[in-house]
Ligand binder design. Structure first.
Ligand code: XIL
Length: 394
C-alpha cells in the first residue's frame, strides 16, 4: 500500500488512472450534448475576454473526452507543471522540453494560446540551480533559462508570469519573500527578472502573479499593500511590468468576499495602467459532508461574488481556472499525497465532465461588458456676451 500515491509514468496515480479509464468511455457518449451546453469561449468573446484552464499535457494525451471538453471551452491553456524551471531544466546542461512541446503542440493544433507559467517561482527551482545561484550569484543562470523558454514559446504565449508569488509579509523590509533569488540578488531581483524578460520578449505581456490578495482579512490587506508598493517602486524605475495575475484560489473557509474591498484593489491596479488576469481560479470547500447539490451551489456562489466584481473592471482581460474538471485538481489531494478525483468540487466541471453551476457563474460574469469610463467631456464656456445682450439695463 505504500505506493498508493506514487505517480505512474504519465503523471497519474494508479487510482486516478483507473478512475479515468472507467470514466472515459462513459463520458464519450455524453459529448453529443456539448454544443447545446454552456459555451465559455463564446461567453468570453462577448466582452472581448478569454477563458482558459490549467492542464497537464498527459491529461490531454491520455484522456480523450477530457481533451475534447477542454478544447471546446478554452481559448488559452496554462501548463500546470510543464513550463516550470525544475521541469524544463532538471540538470544544468540539458533542457527537457518534451512535455511542454506536447502541450504547445496541442495548443497550436487546436488554435489555442498559452499562458507562460512561470519563469521565477521559489517553489520550482532545480536543485543544481539553487546551489549555483547561492554560490555564484550569477544572473546569467537565470537569463539562460529565460532565454531558452522564451525563445521557444514566445510565439504562442501572450502573457508571461515572470515572477510568481514574490510577496511574503515580514520576510524582508519591503515584504519581498525570502527566497534563493532574494538571497542571491537582493531586493532588486524582480526588476532584473522583468528587464531580462523584456529583452527576450519585446511584445509579451509581462506579469507578476500573486495569491492571497482577494479577501478582506488583515493578512490579505497587507499583501495587497505590499504588492501595490512593489508595483510603484518598479514603475518609478521604469521597469517593464504590464500586468498582475490574481491567482484567486478562493476558500469557503474564509467566508464571503468583501466585494467593495476587492473592487477597490482592482481599481488601484487599473489606475496604475496595469492589465489584470484571473490566473488560477478554483474553490477550496469547507464541508465535504454536505450533499453535492449544496456544495456546488456554495462553490458557484463564491465564484459569482468574485467574478461579478472582477469582470466589472475593464482592466481584467481574462479568466483561467486552475484545472478544468474535478477529475484532475491539485485540491483533490487527500492530505497524504493521494489524489482522489472529485474529492473537492471546486472546478467548473465535475469528475464526469458534467458542467456545474460554477460554469453558469463564469459564463454569466464573462458576458458582462466592461464598463469603460468615458473620457471627461471638455466644457466649452458659453460665449455669453455674443448670445445675449448682457448690457445692464440703464
Ligand atoms: C501547483 C500544481 O497545481 C501542483 O500540481 C504542483 O504540485 C505544485 O504547483 N500557485 C501556482 C501554481 O502558481 O503553479 C501551483 O500549481 C498552485 C499554486
Amino acid at each position: 500500500m505504500r505506493n498508493r500515491g506514487a505517480k505512474s509514468l504519465v503523471g497519474l496515480t494508479r487510482r486516478e488512472a483507473l478512475l479515468a479509464a472507467v470514466a472515459a468511455p462513459a463520458m464519450a457518449g455524453n459529448l453529443g450534448a456539448w454544443p447545446i451546453g454552456p459555451d465559455l469561449r463564446a461567453a468570453a468573446r462577448v466582452s472581448n475576454r478569454f477563458f482558459g484552464a490549467a492542464v497537464q499535457a498527459d491529461q490531454l494525451r491520455h484522456d480523450a473526452p477530457f481533451r475534447e471538453a477542454v478544447m471546446g471551452q478554452c481559448d488559452c491553456l496554462t501548463p500546470e507543471l510543464e513550463l516550470k524551471w525544475a521541469a524544463v531544466q532538471p540538470v544544468a546542461a540539458r533542457f527537457d522540453f518534451a512535455r511542454m512541446d506536447a502541450l504547445a503542440g496541442f495548443a497550436r493544433h487546436h488554435g489555442k494560446r498559452l499562458h507562460g507559467h512561470t519563469l521565477l517561482w521559489h517553489r520550482s527551482i532545480p536543485g543544481w540551480a539553487r546551489a549555483a545561484i547561492a554560490e555564484t550569484r550569477d544572473w546569467a543562470i537565470i537569463h539562460r533559462f529565460f532565454a531558452a523558454v522564451i525563445a521557444r514559446y514566445d510565439g504562442i504565449v501572450d502573457y508571461w508570469d515572470v515572477v510568481n508569488e514574490p510577496i511574503e509579509i515580514g520576510d524582508s523590509p519591503t515584504h519581498l519573500r525570502r527566497s534563493p533569488f532574494l538571497d542571491a540578488f537582493g531586493l532588486d531581483y524582480v526588476r532584473r527578472a522583468l528587464d531580462s524578460a523584456r529583452a527576450l520578449s519585446p511584445k509579451g505581456r509581462l506579469l507578476i502573479n500573486e495569491y492571497g490578495i482577494e479577501y478582506a482579512d488583515l493578512a490579505s490587506e497587507s499583501r495587497r499593500g505590499a504588492l501595490l508598493a512593489l508595483i510603484d517602486r518598479l514603475r518609478q524605475q521604469g521597469v517593464p511590468l504590464d500586468g498582475i495575475g490574481i491567482q484567486a484560489h478562493l476558500d469557503l473557509q474564509k467566508g464571503q468576499l468583501d466585494q467593495a474591498v476587492f473592487a477597490r484593489f482592482l481599481q488601484d491596479l487599473a489606475d496604475r495602467n496595469l492589465l489584470v488576469l484571473i490566473t488560477e481560479l478554483d474553490v477550496r470547500e469547507a464541508d465535504p459532508r454536505l450533499p453535492w447539490a449544496e456544495r456546488d451551489e456554495q462553490v458557484a456562489g463564491a465564484v459569482r461574488a468574485f467574478l461579478d466584481v472582477a469582470l466589472d473592471q475593464a482592466a481584467v482581460r481574462g479568466v483561467t481556472t486552475w484545472g478544468f474538471s474535478d477529475r484532475y485538481s491539485w485540491l483533490n489531494d487527500d492530505g497524504r499525497g493521494v489524489m482522489q478525483p472529485g474529492r473537492n468540487r471546486g472546478l467548473p466541471f465535475d469528475a464526469a465532465l458534467r458542467p456545474k453551476p460554477f460554469v453558469q457563474a463564469i459564463a454569466t460574469a464573462l458576458r458582462r461588458v466592461p464598463y469603460i469610463v468615458p473620457p471627461p467631456v471638455e466644457i466649452v464656456p458659453l460665449q455669453v456676451d455674443s448670445m445675449f445682450d448682457t448690457t445692464p439695463p440703464p
